[in-house]
Design a protein around this ligand. Structure first.
Ligand code: TNX
Length: 549
């Protein structure tokens, strides 16, 4: 090859490379969860600190406007000037309501002359802002954080039409096994918003801690919110002997009702519904330690210091137990506007019930033939209480075993079988199977360098393989409300590890809920690598597995 030809080739490469970065919008348009439609255009829009923002008060897009303002602040340290007058000027950003779109749908149009968000409602516009964030190079958020000034930002031309496929896209956080502060919960909600997740399932009570202030029953938090010590290492499962070691530091914490309201409000402004979970009738030791008359034997217990399933559950023979749970729910309903209320219902042994005269009497009076049916009785009774107050009961898939009403919402966790069965019989379901959604499981097969986790192995690719419609025909699919990631925290003692376990796998769950028909893992990974830049820029801790390898 002559020198001249070499030169031409090198020049050609240069030109190609610069074209790639100039109009490289395809590469830069990497949004998670994947939008319904993306059409890249030519050139881009320059967002400057002086770019006018056009809003119409009558459109009532206040939460989206606040989210947009927050985004602009993160970039420029100030708000954009509001556009004067009532016509849309060239070079401006506009946030508009479009009645032709669904409330949660949006169209984001970026052109050289303007940037327009049109949405069916505030929620759709909020999602558009989350998408817009991912069109801005993550480094720009870092620049600001490190004190460098930021001039204008070029956003690639694109038209994105988008809306979620599933109405319920959740994350459960267990704050009972380990307590997380209001600030940490808010950071979790921020993360959810980034992924367009919209249900925060707050697991507030369990054997090892009661975390919500109930004015009628103050001992729940005085006594039930603190455990004396905590098991170190994996739970041997019932065989607690002198080989077990404990961290002797008491672990505790709870949310006051004012704090709960603060979190519910913070979530609402991000279009996240908070579903509280109060476990009934199992996972009850912290409550029984606070009020021994809630148990079958009346014995005084300690708040539990180990994990695994416990036989000591609420006595469902006595009416006083139902008075208690109704009193608790009265306050819970005041705090949480969510139409769904989760009452747990998982892993509830009936050993104590079998030996309890009150429970036996209840069985006789109700014509029940097995202790298992007592759980069905208890669930139905609480469901009636909630229904009379305009709320719906939600529970783990064990609620199916005791016979459940067709209106109860079933959360499938022991695989998808419970969910499939429930959807077939007409119950609404949320899919959260251990096989794909348990983010407390290890995320890589080589666990030697990983922090202690529950067990199992749930790599990113497996999470992404979740099919919420598995085994269901078109009619039954209509009963699938959505999907949820679960983070149990037996082995997650601090918020850094919460983030490590969530990220990046939470993104995979979010995408399954947003667009379950999409299943190109390689493309997801490409887009996710881009999103990890935001995790880093926003200061979240994440695992490298699935993206950096
Ligand atoms: C099962 S999932 C539980 C939890 C544990 C979890 C650990 C469910 C409804 N119950 O109590 O924390 O496994 O992965």
């Amino acid at each position: 090859m002559t020198m001249k030809r070499l030169l031409i080739l090198a020049l050609g490469c240069l030109v190609l490379a610069s074209c790639g970065s100039e109009s490289g919008s395809q590469e830069r348009i990497a949004v998670v969860p994947r939008p319904s439609s993306v059409a890249a255009g030519e050139g881009g829009f320059r967002l400057e600190p002086c770019t006018p923002l056009y809003l119409r008060a009558a459109d009532s897009l206040s939460c989206a406007a606040a989210a947009f303002d927050e985004l602009v602040h993160a970039l420029f340290g100030a708000s954009l000037p509001l556009s004067q007058g009532d016509s849309l000027r060239a070079g401006s950003v506009a946030l508009l309501r479009a009645d032709s779109l669904r409330e949660d749908a949006y169209r984001l149009t970026v052109e050289p002359g303007r940037l327009t968000i049109a949405a069916g409602g505030d929620r759709g516009a909020f999602y558009a802002v989350q998408t817009l964030r991912q069109l801005i190079p993550a480094g720009r958020f870092l620049d600001r954080a490190t004190g460098e000034t930021t001039a204008g930002i070029s956003i690639p031309a694109v038209r994105i039409d988008d809306a979620p496929a599933l109405a319920y896209r959740g994350l459960m956080l267990d704050v009972a096994r380990h307590f997380f502060t209001v600030e940490e919960v808010k950071r979790t909600l921020d993360l959810m918003a980034l992924h367009k997740l919209n249900v925060f399932h707050w697991h507030l009570t369990d054997d090892q801690g009661w975390r919500i202030e109930i004015r009628k029953y103050p001992k729940l938090t005085e006594i039930g919110s603190v455990r004396r010590r905590t098991l170190i290492g994996h739970d041997p499962g019932g065989e607690y002997d002198e080989t077990c070691r404990y961290d002797e530091t008491p672990h505790g914490g709870y949310y006051t009702q004012a704090e709960i309201r603060e979190v519910v409000d913070y979530a609402a402004r991000r279009f996240i519904t908070v579903i509280p979970e109060v476990e009934f009738p199992g996972h009850a030791v912290a409550a029984l330690a606070s009020y021994p008359w809630l148990g079958c034997t009346g014995e005084q217990y300690e708040v539990r210091q180990t994990w695994d399933i416990d036989d000591r559950v609420f006595c469902v023979g006595r009416d006083t137990t139902f008075d208690f749970i109704e009193g608790v729910l009265d306050e819970v309903l005041e705090l949480f506007p969510s139409p769904l209320i989760h009452i747990g219902g998982d892993e509830c042994p009936d050993k104590m019930w079998a030996r309890c005269p009150h429970c036996r009497e209840r069985m006789r009076r109700e014509g029940l033939t097995s202790e298992r049916q007592l759980q069905g009785y208890a669930t139905a009774r609480v469901e009636r209480y909630l229904a009379a107050r305009g709320r719906r009961l939600m529970g783990w898939d064990e609620i199916l075993d005791g016979g459940v009403s067709p209106t109860a919402v079933v959360m499938s966790w022991r695989g998808s079988e419970g969910g499939i069965r429930a959807a077939r019989q007409g119950n609404p379901v949320v899919m959260a199977p251990t096989t794909h959604c348990y983010l407390d499981y290890y995320q890589t097969a080589d666990t030697s360098r990983e922090p202690l986790a529950w067990g199992g192995c749930l790599p990113l690719e497996k999470v992404y393989a979740l099919d919420p419609y598995e085994g269901l025909d078109a009619r039954e699919r209509a009963n699938v409300l959505g999907v949820q990631a679960n983070l149990w925290t037996e082995y997650i003692a601090d918020f850094a590890q919460v983030q490590y376990m969530l990220l990046p796998r939470l993104a995979a769950v979010a995408e399954r809920g947003w667009c379950p028909a999409e299943n190109d893992f390689a493309d997801f990974r490409r887009r996710l690598r881009h999103l990890t830049g935001y995790y880093d820029a926003l200061g979240y801790r994440r695992a490298p597995h699935g993206t950096d390898d």
